[in-house]
Design a protein around this ligand. Structure first.
Ligand code: GTP
Length: 358
């Protein structure tokens, strides 16, 4: 096994405003663009050649990763002029693949953080001579996901859309092993969804599609809450990544980041390069991107503070996303789900929620 495709062309709308100027897989996560963690995991599993299927903000990938040599990989890039969806994106990179028709190609959604054993998934695929082998995870509440039904041998019998009463808690985790020839069989030059078209089509043609259950750490970083969680799990070491630039622990302070002596920074927080946490401030389980400023006495929990944004003295943020260069005036209180657009300014004390706010 030596080759992988990463699907990184999505617009990442659920992560706006962080994705307005930045592709989702390029958002700094525990000190490096998120994709770096996946690339390191693929390399550690024995992959040597990676093709990035790009579309939205395509140029940012090659500008950062270049030919991949720094990561010990060979990276190629293919850009869709019109987004082709997941299956179309896979088909569109076929010319760059080097594998023979029967050889396995690993395919990852670009926003999944997974601790599963990739080499074991490939081995299971090879042993059974499968056409496609999907990584499946078991979730507590499968109602929000498409479920994958298998027989006792692991053969996939059905892909089910979201339903209120799912017959299984196993869901598609967004990492596949494809036989190279199956990739060549996806229709060319038009949008195709692997989930809605390719996989059901394979089942009805009698192809061998396997489900490979692995219950290691797994998270889809598509939403702000999941993004913050993934970042803090990387910083604390709950999910191991050789790409984290520093020891794991309560916080990761990047070079040039400053934390005042009496500030409390914990819970897997990242303090970006040139970011500043002022006196008496509390920052828990959050991501402060480069140059962000948290002023004296402010409290920031489970939030993302964009590059160059500032949080005024005494402000309280919980579960909030603050866009690049936005300014949150002193003593504002912003609660879960609030998103402040890049460059926006919130006057001092203009939003307050607590009953004792006067
Ligand atoms: P949302 O807009 O927030 O749903 O995010 P998204 O655009 O990334 O969509 P989604 O999370 O469903 O995508 C799953 C994976 O497929 C992600 O890694 C995307 O980058 C990737 N992807 C989605 N659409 C395309 C596409 O048209 N082309 C390519 N190359 N990749 C895609």
């Amino acid at each position: 096994m030596s080759e992988a495709i990463l699907l990184v062309g999505g617009k990442g709308t659920r992560l706006r405003p962080l994705t307005l100027n930045c592709a989702k897989p390029m958002i700094p996560t525990a000190g490096v663009p998120f994709l770096t963690h996946q690339l390191a995991r693929l390399r550690d599993a024995g992959v040597t050649h990676v093709v990035l299927a790009t579309s939205y903000r395509a140029e940012t990938f090659s500008a950062h990763f270049g030919d991949g040599a720094e990561l010990g990989l060979e990276i190629d890039y293919v850009t869709e002029t019109e987004p082709l969806g997941t299956g179309g994106g896979i088909r569109n990179v076929a010319d760059k693949l080097r594998s023979a028709p029967d050889e396995p190609v690993v395919i990852f959604n670009g926003d999944v953080l997974s601790g599963h054993d990739i080499a074991a998934q490939v081995a299971a695929h090879q042993e059974r001579g499968a056409d496609v082998t999907l990584h499946l995870v078991e979730v507590d509440d499968p109602r929000a996901f498409g479920c994958v039904v298998t027989d006792e041998s692991g053969r996939v019998e059905a892909f089910l859309e979201k339903t209120p009463d799912p017959p299984t808690n196993r869901i598609n985790a967004g990492c596949y092993v494809f036989k190279r020839s199956v990739i060549d069989g996806i229709p060319e030059g038009r949008p195709v969804s692997v989930e809605r078209e390719t996989f059901p089509g394979l089942l009805s043609s009698g192809a061998l599609v396997l489900g490979h259950v692995d219950s290691a750490y797994w998270l889809d970083l598509g939403t702000p809450a999941a993004f913050v969680q993934g970042s803090r799990d990387l910083v604390t070491g709950r999910i191991a990544s050789t790409a984290v630039p520093g020891p794991t622990g309560e916080k990761l302070v990047l070079p040039g980041g400053e934390v005042a002596i009496d500030a409390k920074v914990s819970g897997g927080t990242t303090v970006g390069a040139g970011a500043v946490v002022g006196r008496g401030a509390v920052v828990e389980g959050s991501v402060l991107l480069d140059g962000a400023v948290v002023e004296e006495g402010a409290v920031v929990r489970d939030s993302v503070v964009g590059a160059g944004a500032s949080i005024g003295a005494g402000a309280v943020l919980e579960g909030v996303v603050v866009g690049e260069a936005a300014r949150i005036g002193a003593r504002n209180e912003l609660l879960t789900g609030v998103r402040v657009w890049a460059g926006a300014e919130l006057a001092e004390g203009s939003v307050r929620f607590s009953s004792d706010a006067g």
